[in-house]
Write a protein that binds this ligand. Structure first.
Ligand code: AMP
Length: 173
C-alpha cells in the first residue's frame, strides 16, 4: 500500500478531545488489514535498523503499534503506562502533551542496564510524551536508540525535543 493511500486512512476529527485540537484518528488504519500490516512493516523496518533489544510502547495507542512490531522482530515489549496502572515497582515522570498533562510510569526492572530501546507511539505532537518516555527508559538504565511514530505533526516541532536520539515517522502532516 502506498504512503498516499495510508495517509488517506487517517481521519481528522475537529475539536477532540478539546476545542481547537485536530485529532488524528488512526482507527480506520487499524480496521484495514492491508493498511495496518503496512504500518507495522514500516515501523518494524526502522526499529530493526536501530538494532533495538526491546520496544517500549506508550499507553494506549503506542501499544497497538509497538507490540506487533516487537513480535514481528522477535524482541520483547515494555509498556509505558499512565500513573497507577502498573502493578510492580515503578519509576515515574510527569509530562505535558498537546492537550493536557499526564504522569507516565515504567516498571523499574523492565530494561536491563545498557539495553537498547526503541520507543513507539502513534503520534508525535509537541514531543512532551515522547520526551518523558525517553527519560523513563534512561532512568532505569536503558539506552534510547530510536523514537518511532506512525504520525508526526511537523508544525508542532516535537522533533526538536528528541534531539538525543534518532526518530522516524511513517506519515508527516
Ligand atoms: P505530545 O506529547 O504533545 O507529543 O502528544 C503526543 C501524545 O498525545 C500521543 O500519545 C498522541 O496519542 C496524543 N496526541 C497529541 N495530539 C494528538 C492529535 N492531534 N491527534 C491524535 N493524538 C494526539
Amino acid at each position: 500500500m502506498s504512503v498516499t493511500s495510508l495517509r488517506s486512512k487517517v481521519r481528522d476529527v475537529a475539536d477532540f478531545p478539546k476545542k481547537g485540537i485536530l485529532f488524528k484518528d488512526i482507527t480506520p488504519v487499524l480496521r484495514d488489514p492491508a493498511a495496518f500490516r503496512e504500518v507495522i512493516a514500516l515501523l518494524a523496518k526502522a526499529v530493526k535498523k536501530s538494532k533495538a533489544d526491546l520496544v517500549a510502547g506508550i499507553e494506549s495507542r503506542g501499544f497497538l503499534f509497538g507490540a506487533p512490531v516487537a513480535t514481528k522482530l522477535g524482541i520483547g515489549f515494555v509498556p509505558i503506562r499512565k500513573k497507577g496502572k502498573l502493578p510492580w515497582r515503578t519509576k515515574r515522570v510527569r509530562c505535558t502533551l498537546e492537550y493536557g498533562q499526564d504522569v507516565l510510569e515504567i516498571h523499574a526492572d523492565a530494561v536491563k542496564r545498557g539495553q537498547k530501546v526503541a520507543i513507539v507511539d502513534d503520534l508525535l505532537a509537541t514531543g512532551g510524551t515522547a520526551q518523558a518516555a525517553a527519560k523513563l527508559v534512561r532512568l532505569i538504565g536503558g539506552k534510547v536508540v530510536l523514537q518511532a511514530f506512525v504520525i508526526e505533526l511537523g508544525f508542532l516541532n516535537g522533533r526538536k525535543k528528541l534531539a538525543k536520539c534518532d526518530m522516524s515517522s511513517v506519515l508527516k502532516f
